[in-house]
Unconditional design. Sequence first.
Length: 134
Amino acid sequence: MTLSISLEHPLMQTYMVHSALLVIKLLALSPLAAMTWVRKGVFSNPDIVRRAYLSELKNLAPFWLVGALYVTTSPEEHIGISLFRMYTTARMVVILGYATKPAPPVFTDFALILSYVITCYMSLYVVYYYREAI
């Protein structure tokens, strides 16, 4: 098995860009928490921001690790890129669900489940790909 990962590969670039977007979103939650103390902003309650931040930490850490491992398996490019895009979109929807009360919970719930399923899929794919090492 030959492993060749290039930073010019579109799948690797997609992983890096979407990881950075998710970091920016995570970092944006800290100033939002401070703003909610000063005035009623997008988030009406600092506790909501804290819960959103913890939710992101719990979900993004496994994604970053498994996403990097997933790229090493040389999956089909269009599938990998689609997974990274769907995950990022789903996590954005989850945060919007925290931020806006009128948003139907079904969207937030679906996005949360989708992000979980994508992480599980990539994890299982990595384990299957490297099953010889077990």
